[in-house]
Design a protein around this ligand. Structure first.
Ligand code: HEM
Length: 348
């Protein structure tokens, strides 16, 4: 196994540790898992925190399992996953398909129901979105195009699961568009047949009667909280809505007329291939008729609890980046079953 492929196992509790409300003071700026140079058998997890003395890395644990180093992966092969990542970067460069890859990853994981224990009945990031029956759900309109783009990469790397590939494509697209590093882990197992796809209706509607209530109903079911709802909505800084797909947005605007990618649709932001906090600034101002504000976007500045975060993110891009990165890693995990059970991370 290549020594340049540095990965270590993350214990399952890592994710819940990071997201735990019982550690509100942690507020990590970055999370890095690596193997110490002196002993390749000692994985170390660092969390960098902002303190009065600046950014301080703190070694959180050296007790992670090293099983991932020697295990036979029945989910994804790390070296194939790493090569797939390079191909995804090439594809992003040639097609500017960043937004639809982000939507692909989110729609695979966003079916998760925390009240159901059994996998894959509980839904989530399990690759079920590759099946026609799920792609045909109204909420997934247009995502067949994302699958067509990613399928050749899947064919080239058969030992990478769809579930991992969808989440990898999403995280890589975000980072390539300017998002902060997302502390991802891999090793998701795929469902095997269309009969394991979730029922329709798990993803949020853009125009429900009570948008804030609806967002809570859907995202709480996934085990996500208000802060995560607002942060993740910031993914709409990328991409466009197309009336012929979702029914929302204008057929084209001055920002989308010439692409890049397939022209048309209505974006939330002016530079819709750049990840920054302009989504929050723009939906707050609602000044530009050519920029989209869905009822669920508007709710972020109307609901008192959501508003606290939305205002903060409009003012402070660093705060948005920090919360987004952790919320996205959480979103990419939900419902997934990992092999090895603690997952593994890629670096380098
Ligand atoms: C909060 C509830 C959400 C609602 C109601 C919602 C709704 C929508 C709608 C209607 C579209 C347009 C689809 C089309 O016409 O092609 C869209 C696009 C998109 N959504 Fe969301 N979304 C939500 C949350 C999220 C989350 C959590 C993420 C990612 C973390 C996300 C990422 C995206 C991206 C990147 C696009 C652009 C896709 C493209 O340009 O092809 N959305 N969303």
């Amino acid at each position: 196994m290549s020594k340049t492929l540095l990965f270590s196992s993350l214990v399952t509790s890592f994710s819940s540790f990071i997201h735990s409300e019982s550690h509100p003071s942690l507020s990590p700026v970055s999370v890095k898992c690596t193997l110490s140079s002196s002993s390749l058998r000692t994985p170390q997890l660092f969390i960098t925190r902002r303190t009065n003395e600046g950014l301080v890395p703190r070694l959180v644990s050296t007790s992670f399992s090293t099983r991932a180093l020697s295990a036979n992966f029945s989910a994804s092969d790390p070296s194939q996953l790493k090569s797939a990542n390079k191909d995804i970067l090439e594809l992003l460069k040639s097609t500017s398909c960043h937004p639809i890859f982000v939507r692909l990853g989110w729609h695979d994981s966003g079916t998760y129901d925390k009240n159901v224990e059994e996998w894959p009945l509980r839904g989530g990031a399990n690759g079920s979105l590759r099946f026609e029956i799920e792609l045909k759900h109204a909420a997934n309109a247009g995502l067949v195009n994302a699958l067509k783009l990613i399928q050749p990469i899947k064919d080239k790397y058969p030992n990478v699961t769809f579930a991992d590939l969808f989440q990898l494509a999403s995280a890589t697209a975000l980072e390539d568009a300017g998002a902060p590093k997302i502390p991802m882990r891999y090793g998701r197992i795929d469902v095997t047949g269309p009969e394991q796809c979730p029922d329709e209706g798990k993803l949020p509607d853009a125009g429900p009667p009570s948008p804030a209530e609806h967002l809570r109903h859907v995202f709480y079911r996934m085990g996500l909280n208000d802060k995560e709802i607002v942060a993740l909505s910031g993914a709409h800084t990328l991409g466009r809505s197309r009336p012929e797909r979702s029914g929302w947005g204008k057929p084209e605007t001055k920002y989308t007329r010439d692409g890049p990618g397939a022209p048309g649709g209505q974006s939330w932001t002016v530079q819709w291939l750049k990840f920054d906090n302009s989504y929050f600034k723009d939906i707050k101002e609602k000044k530009d008729e050519d920029l989209l504000v869905l009822p669920t976007d508007a709710a972020l500045f109307e609901d008192p609890s959501f508003k606290v975060y939305a205002e903060k993110y409009a003012e402070d891009q660093d705060a948005f980046f920090e919360d987004y990165s952790l919320a996205h890693a959480h979103l990419s995990d939900i419902g997934a079953k990992f092999d090895p059970p603690e997952g593994f991370c890629l670096s380098g």
